[in-house]
Design a protein around this ligand. Structure first.
Ligand code: THU
Length: 154
C-alpha cells in the first residue's frame, strides 16, 4: 500500500486544505449518539464541486451509515456523470483528541472501490483527525487488495 504522510497542515495544497477544512466544519452535523464518534467526509468532484456527509447512526445499530458513504453516494446521486477527485475523511470524539488517523472501514472501501470503477481516474483519499498529520492515498484501490468486484458476477 502506498500512501504519503504530510506532517503539517500547512504543507497540504490549497485545495486539499480547503477540502479538509470543509470536512472539519461538518463534524458537528454527525448524528452519533451511540458511539460518540463523529465522522465527516467532504468529496471533491472533478468539476470542483464539494459534497459532504457525516455518520448517521440509528437505534437499530447496524442501520447506521458511515460518513464517507453518505458523502460519496450523495455525490453520485446528485452528479452521476461527474468523476470524484478526492474524498477527505475526518473524525473527532467529544472528549480529547484522536491520536491515530482514522481510515475508512472495509464496507466503505468496497463502496469507494466500486465508485472508482465507474470512472476513468483514481479516487484520492485525504485523511486527518486531531493532529497536524495527514495521510494521502492516491488510489482508493490500494486500500482494498483482491477486493470483490462486478467482474465476478458476469
Ligand atoms: N464510521 C464512519 O463514519 N466512517 C468510518 O470509516 C468508520 C466508522 C462511523 C460509524 C459509526 O457511526 C461510528 O463511526 C463508530 O463506528
Amino acid at each position: 500500500m502506498t500512501y504519503q504522510m504530510v506532517e503539517y497542515l500547512d504543507h497540504l495544497t490549497v485545495s486539499d486544505r480547503q477540502l479538509l477544512d470543509k470536512a472539519k466544519s461538518m463534524l458537528d452535523h454527525a448524528y452519533a449518539p451511540y458511539s460518540q464518534f463523529y465522522v465527516a467526509s467532504a468529496v471533491r468532484l472533478q468539476n470542483g464541486l464539494i459534497l459532504c456527509g457525516t455518520n448517521q447512526e440509528n437505534a437499530s445499530y447496524p442501520l447506521s451509515l458511515c460518513a464517507e458513504r453518505v458523502a460519496l453516494l450523495s455525490a453520485k446521486a446528485n452528479h452521476p456523470k461527474e468523476s470524484i477527485d478526492t474524498i477527505a475523511i475526518v473524525a473527532k470524539i467529544p472528549k480529547g483528541d484522536i491520536r491515530e488517523i482514522i481510515t475508512p472501514c472495509g464496507a466503505c472501501r468496497q463502496v469507494i472501490a466500486e465508485v472508482q470503477s465507474r470512472q476513468n481516474s483514481p479516487i484520492r483519499l485525504l485523511l486527518n483527525s486531531s493532529t497536524e498529520i495527514s495521510y494521502i492515498i492516491d488510489d482508493a484501490l490500494d486500500l482494498l487488495p483482491l477486493g470483490f468486484h462486478s467482474g465476478f458476477l458476469t
